[in-house]
Design a protein around this ligand. Structure first.
Ligand code: DON
Length: 569
């Protein structure tokens, strides 16, 4: 009798366990494309999108929603959503006034320009990407709090509360997150000295991920604001983590960190006004340069997949990235020649050697061949329009998936590996194959150059588009192409976002083309002009909102990320 009872007990336990292990896709409704009358949120995760929509529904504005979404993404999109990273936010108010905040990470005060070089002066592979030395001083929390203080309508604690709840009670993992978390197990083990909830042998779709440490950290921010992160217990935990892993960030680094308000760049392309991020991102400059360089050419008449169009755009991209490598860095530390880089006469001159008959050659090749790393990249972008017509475009990142892979012990959040965005040595490519020079050399307290391009576009003075994307070096070219797909090639936003893309970044001297984006005949024509072509799986994951002529809002999440979600009302 006793053994029968034991047997049934065993069966029950086994059955419960077996059921628990069974993958059950979470019942999230994901809308890739959505049209609404008054408000729209597009983010990389349905739970974060829903947090943003709920904030708007209870009277918050676009900045409130952006803040709440960013904190939520730190929980439900841990591979890139963050409080241990940084980003950029571009704001356009309903009355047309624009603003931008730069909360990019900074090099620690103990950083040194040669910190990633060995005694022979060669870059030590991986040191700026994995582990504690890769971490820049995080900017997200200060940036979000400053943005909220200037523009927010609702109480900050209430905007952080949904994130606290998601961390405290857990949320169901989508298959895309499960795969990412499992992919990085070896690196998590290598980079961390303290066990955390991301280090595990198994994980299944639909499993509920509870993050108690993160919930406690978020509560400290809720209660103490900036000080809840840059001082007190959280700061102590960050500094202890750095000490355990021989990292550089100190209490002084954290106390000194300040996000910066910046005047957004503003440039005209035909009857469109492009409002974008100035340095420490290169995104706005590159986007404006590319648009100015192609403006004289009749690309709409040539057509979307005409060889002249693709060739012209690739050549404009090549020239913008060549300037990026030489001239762009943190303008607080390096005198970036912004006026010159955006001067029309200069940009006309840049195209003097452009020929429809042949590819230009990227001269002075400083770097070796671009190494395609096994590492994959992840950043996160959110586009929001509120019922009053205020718009926010915000891109934030840990850089690589889960950043440095270091989670702050007992604080529950990953730290970025943004130091890799500096030029570790002139001409030596970073993980995106981007090269840089003095302008982007490492200096204590300096921000590393970014490609993030959160952008807002007006047409004839009215709000037209909110757009941005992850994608490392391919961010600017993706924003460039999706905008042109709508503005020049008459595509509906969904078609525009999902259309295949191509990318030229000067070095390596090749056009990267998404599989299937250009047909064989077009690829042959480009090769005949002298272009080297490399096929890649996918690039960038655009999230955008298009204000339609009837005033409705069309939000689109990219089909390249299964979890991208656009919802409005
Ligand atoms: O700031 C930058 O340009 C990079 N750290 C962005 C990284 C990124 O987009 C990775 N994502 N896909």
């Amino acid at each position: 009798m006793k053994s029968r009872t034991l047997f049934f007990l065993f069966l029950t336990i086994f059955f419960t366990w077996a059921c628990k292990q069974k993958p059950v896709p979470p019942e999230y409704t994901i809308q890739k494309s959505s049209v609404a009358d008054s408000a729209m949120v597009v983010s990389p995760h349905p739970l974060a999108t829903e947090v943003g929509v709920a904030v708007l529904q209870r009277g918050g504005n676009a900045v409130d929603a952006a803040v709440a979404v960013q904190f939520a993404l730190a929980v439900v999109f841990p591979r890139a959503g963050n409080i241990g990273g940084g980003g950029f936010m571009v704001i356009r108010r309903q009355d047309g006034a624009v603003d931008a905040i730069d909360y990019r990470e900074k090099a620690p005060l103990a950083a040194d320009r040669d910190m990633y070089l060995d005694s022979a002066g060669n870059v030590i592979d991986g040191l700026s990407r994995l582990g504690h030395l890769a971490v820049g001083v995080p900017g997200t929390v200060d940036g979000l709090i400053k943005a909220h203080r200037k523009y927010g309508r609702l109480d900050l604690a209430s905007l952080i509360e949904p994130a606290v709840q998601l961390a405290e009670n857990g949320y169901q993992l989508t298959i895309s997150e499960v795969n990412r978390i499992l992919t990085y197990q070896e690196e998590f083990k290598e980079a961390n000295t303290v066990k955390n909830v991301f280090i595990r042998d198994t994980l299944y779709e639909g499993e509920r991920l509870v993050q108690k440490d993160l919930a406690n950290t978020l509560r400290r921010i809720q209660i103490n604001g900036r000080e809840g992160f840059y001082a007190g217990e959280t700061a102590d935990k960050i500094v202890s983590e750095m000490k355990r892993g021989n990292g550089l960030i100190t209490h002084e680094d954290l106390q000194q960190y300040e996000a910066q308000w910046r005047t957004p760049l503003s440039g005209q392309y035909k009857n469109y006004r492009i409002i974008a991020m100035p340095p420490s991102s290169s995104g706005g400059v590159a986007l404006l340069q590319m648009l100015e360089m192609i403006e004289p050419y009749p690309i709409a008449d040539w057509g979307f997949r005409d060889v002249r169009t693709v060739h012209l755009m690739a050549e404009a991209e090549r020239r913008a990235y060549a300037d990026r490598a030489e001239y762009m860095g943190d303008s607080d530390y390096y005198d970036v020649p912004l006026l010159q880089l955006l001067d029309s006469a200069y940009l006309d001159d840049r195209m003097l050697d452009f020929s429809l008959d042949s590819a230009t050659v990227s001269e002075n090749i400083l770097a070796g061949d671009f190494k395609l790393l096994k590492e994959s990249f992840e950043t996160t972008h959110t586009s929001i329009i509120d019922p009053d017509g205020n718009a926010v475009s915000v891109t934030t990142t840990l850089n690589s998936n889960f950043g440095s892979k270091v989670m702050v012990g007992q604080a529950g959040f990953f730290l970025n590996n943004e130091m890799d965005d500096f030029s570790a040595k002139p001409g030596v490519p970073n993980q995106f194959g981007l090269v840089g020079a003095e302008a982007n050399a490492i200096q204590p307290g300096k921000r590393m150059l970014s490609s993030m391009t959160p952008t807002i576009i007006e047409k004839n003075g009215d709000l037209f588009m909110v757009i941005g994307t992850p994608g490392g070096s391919t961010i600017m070219t993706s924003v460039f192409q999706v905008f042109l797909n709508v503005a020049e090639f008459g595509m509906d936003l969904e078609e525009a976002v999902n259309a295949g893309r191509f990318h030229h970044q000067w070095l390596p001297d090749q056009i990267r083309v998404e599989k299937g984006a250009l047909d064989q005949a077009l690829l042959d024509q480009l090769r005949a002009l002298g272009h080297d072509i490399r096929e890649v799986e996918r690039m960038a994951v655009v999230k955008a909102i298009h204000v339609l002529e009837n005033g409705k809002l069309h939000g689109v999440g990219d089909s390249r990320n299964p979890d991208d979600d656009a919802k409005g009302y």
